[in-house]
Design a protein around this ligand. Structure first.
Ligand SMILES: [Zn+2]
Ligand SMILES: [Zn+2]
Length: 275
C-alpha cells in the first residue's frame, strides 16, 4: 500500500511559490508520500510564471539525486495556461521536454487572472458572479477541447474568491457550462484533477465541487488525479485524503498514475489513506 501521488506542486521557479524542489520533496516524503509531481507554471506573457526547459532539465537531475536520498520519486510536469492565440508556442514547449504529466489551466477570463484576488474580484464586479462562473467554464471548455493536456486543473477555481460556505453561487446557474466542460473532456479524452487547495480557501472544499464531480462521473470523464497545489513545503500533500473522500462520494473508484504522459488506472483500495 502506498500513498496516492500528489500531482500538483509548485516550486519557487515561479514567483508564487516559496519552496524549493528539495523542500517540497522532503516535506512530502516526511508525510509518507512515495511519489510527487512538481508542476511549475508555464504562462506565456508572464515571465515570472514560466518555467523554462533548462530549469526542467535541472529539476530532472535534482529529482534523480533527491529520489535516492529521500526515498521519493519526483515526477516532472507543468501547469500550462491555454491561450488560443499562442498555440504554436505552447506546442513547442510541450514537445521540448519529456514530461510525466501536463496539467492544462485556464487562469484567465477576459484577460483577468481569476486565481488571484484582484483579478477575480474585478471580473465579478464588472460582469456579475454568475456570468463570471459561466465565462470561466467556457475558458476551461476551450482548453479541454484542444486535447493538448493530460488533465485539466481546478475546473471551477472561479469559486476561490467568490464563494464562502454561506454564500455559494447556485450550481444550477452554471450547470449548462459545467456540462459542456464534461462533454469536452469526455470527447477529447482529457482528464481532470481534484485540486485540494480549496480546503484552505474561503470556499472550503475541493475544486471541482461535489455536484460538478457527480456530473463528471456520470459522463465517464477521466483519468483523475489529485493534487495539493502546494506553493509552500507546509502544504505539500495537504488535504489529499479529503479530496479523495469527495471523489468517493461522487462514485469514483479509481485514480490515475501518470508517467511520461501515459496514464494507468488503479483502484482506490490500492492506496493508503490517512485521516
Ligand atoms: Zn492553477
Ligand atoms: Zn497550480
Amino acid at each position: 500500500m502506498s500513498r496516492p501521488t500528489d500531482y500538483h506542486l509548485h516550486s519557487n521557479t515561479t514567483e508564487d511559490s516559496v519552496a524549493t524542489v528539495e523542500q517540497l520533496a522532503r516535506a512530502a516524503a516526511a508525510r509518507g508520500f512515495a511519489e510527487i509531481a512538481v508542476t511549475d507554471h508555464f504562462i506565456l506573457g508572464y515571465d515570472n510564471y514560466r518555467v523554462t526547459v533548462e530549469q526542467l532539465e535541472a529539476h530532472r537531475a535534482l529529482a534523480k539525486e533527491l529520489g535516492g536520498k529521500l526515498g521519493i520519486k519526483i515526477l516532472l510536469g507543468a501547469e500550462v495556461d491555454y491561450f488560443e492565440d499562442r498555440l504554436p508556442e505552447i506546442r513547442a514547449f510541450l514537445d521540448s521536454f519529456d514530461f510525466d504529466i501536463v496539467i492544462g489551466a485556464a487562469h484567465f477570463v477576459d484577460g483577468r487572472g481569476i486565481a488571484a484576488e484582484p483579478g477575480a474580484k474585478a471580473l465579478v464586479r464588472d460582469i456579475g458572479r454568475t456570468e463570471a462562473f459561466r465565462r470561466s467554464l467556457r475558458a476551461v471548455e476551450r482548453a479541454a477541447r484542444s486535447g493538448m493536456f493530460d488533465v485539466m486543473a481546478h475546473l471551477d477555481v472561479i469559486r476561490k474568491f467568490s464563494e464562502t460556505p454561506e454564500d455559494r453561487e447556485p450550481y444550477e446557474n452554471y450547470a449548462e457550462e459545467a456540462e459542456r466542460v464534461a462533454d469536452a473532456l469526455a470527447e477529447s479524452g482529457v482528464g481532470f484533477e481534484v485540486n485540494c487547495r480549496g480546503f484552505s480557501h474561503s470556499t472550503g472544499g475541493q475544486y471541482p465541487g461535489g455536484e460538478f464531480l457527480s456530473l463528471l462521473k456520470s459522463r465517464g470523464v477521466g483519468p483523475v488525479t489529485v493534487g495539493s497545489d502546494a506553493h509552500t513545503a507546509r502544504d505539500a500533500g495537504a488535504d489529499i485524503d479529503r479530496g479523495i473522500d469527495a471523489l468517493r462520494a461522487a462514485g469514483f473508484d479509481r485514480l490515475a498514475r501518470f508517467e511520461r504522459r501515459r496514464a494507468t488506472l488503479a483502484p482506490l483500495e490500492e492506496f493508503e489513506f490517512k485521516r
